[in-house]
Design a protein around this ligand. Structure first.
Ligand code: PLP
Length: 370
């Protein structure tokens, strides 16, 4: 062994033995975001059951063959995509920021607004990334318990809690993941009128309801809307999300934006999907399928403790007295979202393909017979 190698390794050894002590203390308790391995029919992640249409694929293929754009960095400003989104909502392009999924924008929001130790409030149960992003960015998170009866938003509790706790950011998810419950627009206005913080309304499933909330942006400078192409638009694999707000907030978020964050391919694909409007028919089908599954589950209601909550999104949330329900569904080839701890008796099932929905119904009827 050469001399200098020996020297280096001797010097490095004590350092290598304490990597753990270099890691931020507050991250040690943070678990990696784990995704269930894909086995069986996918009804676990609220993705679209529709593959992208042929016309779309042909246009993308043609673009790949003819374009030389991949050797250049992407457009950091996502100009074409932002124009399309602005047009869709009648907003100014300057009111939109695109991200690598809305996950990245949740991260940007906590990066931009939280001083170390600052608080966010987020509903519980809801999307876990609000809490995780706050924690990673040196903030703290506290929960707003949704009403356990129907998971509705306790509006008075929210306003009281905001006054008492003084959060920097309040997250509201509507329709809420995983419960499917919504908060009525009057209540969003009530909250906006009474709180003294940034209100982030995550409308990842907004296309499955009629409310858009976009018109509130004009009046409320402390409102941020989050949207994604991952659910109703069927582009989860390409990771495109966006935030809408007044320009002051968008400009602030740009301070923490990673340069070239959204790749060229994803920008173009999202623009094309918006233009195509195929997703609109898909949404109608998904809602009909959801209603159909819901009514079957309502027929099984009460058997072995089964209860299905009303949902305004592309998934259903249900509770049962069968502790290994997820595993038993998987035995029948159906993959659903399971939870642990307090939530271990609940599952969330996404509307899947026709085949998946039938398999799910059949499996449920088998498990919850008289
Ligand atoms: C899926 C989901 C998102 C994240 O979507 P991406 O754009 O894929 O990062 C955000 N919020 C909620 C509530 C979701 O369910």
């Amino acid at each position: 062994m050469p001399m200098e190698m020996l020297f280096v390794s001797e010097w490095v050894k004590p350092v290598m033995n304490k990597i753990d002590s270099f890691i931020r203390n507050d991250l040690k308790s943070l678990k990696n975001y784990e995704v269930q391995p894909i086995t069986g029919m996918k009804m676990d992640a609220n993705e679209s059951p529709f593959p992208l249409g042929n016309q779309f694929r042909q246009r993308m293929a043609q673009w790949i063959m003819e374009s030389e754009d991949f050797r250049y960095y992407p457009d950091t400003e996502c100009n074409i995509l932002r124009e399309k989104i602005a047009e869709l909502y009648g907003l100014d392009k300057a009111q939109i920021l695109c991200g690598v999924g809305s996950d990245q924008l949740i991260d940007y929001l906590t990066k931009t607004f939280l001083e170390p130790g600052d608080l966010i409030l987020a509903p519980e149960p809801s999307f876990s990334m609000y809490r995780i992003a706050a924690m990673i960015n040196h903030g703290r998170a506290e929960a707003i318990a949704l009403d356990p009866k129907d998971f509705s938003y306790p509006v008075d509790d929210i306003t009281t809690l905001c006054k008492k706790k003084n959060p920097k950011l309040l997250f509201i998810c509507t329709p809420n993941n995983p419960t499917g419950s919504i908060i009525p627009k009057e209540d969003v206005i009530k909250i906006l009128e009474s709180v003294n913080c940034i209100v982030v309304l995550d409308a990842a499933y907004g296309e499955f309801t009629d409310d858009t909330y976009v018109e509130l942006l004009e009046e409320y400078a402390h409102l941020v809307l989050l949207k994604t192409f991952s659910k109703s638009y069927g582009l989860a694999g390409l990771r495109v999300g966006y935030a809408m707000a007044q320009t002051e907030i968008i400009e602030a978020l740009k301070k923490v934006q990673a340069p070239y964050n959204l790749n060229t391919f994803s920008q173009l694909a999202a623009s094309m999907v918006l233009e195509g409007r195929e997703y609109k028919n898909n949404i109608i089908w998904i809602k009909e399928e959801k209603d159909r599954i819901y009514s079957v589950l309502k027929d099984l209601e009460g058997k072995k403790g089964l209860y299905t909550f009303e949902s305004h999104a592309n998934f259903l949330f249900l509770k049962s007295g069968v502790p290994d329900l997820g595993a038993r569904l998987l035995e029948q080839g159906v993959l659903v979202r399971e939870y642990d701890g307090d939530m271990s008796m609940y599952i969330r099932v996404s509307v899947g393909t026709q085949e998946a929905n039938l398999a799910f119904i059949k499996a449920m009827e088998g498990i919850f017979h008289d």
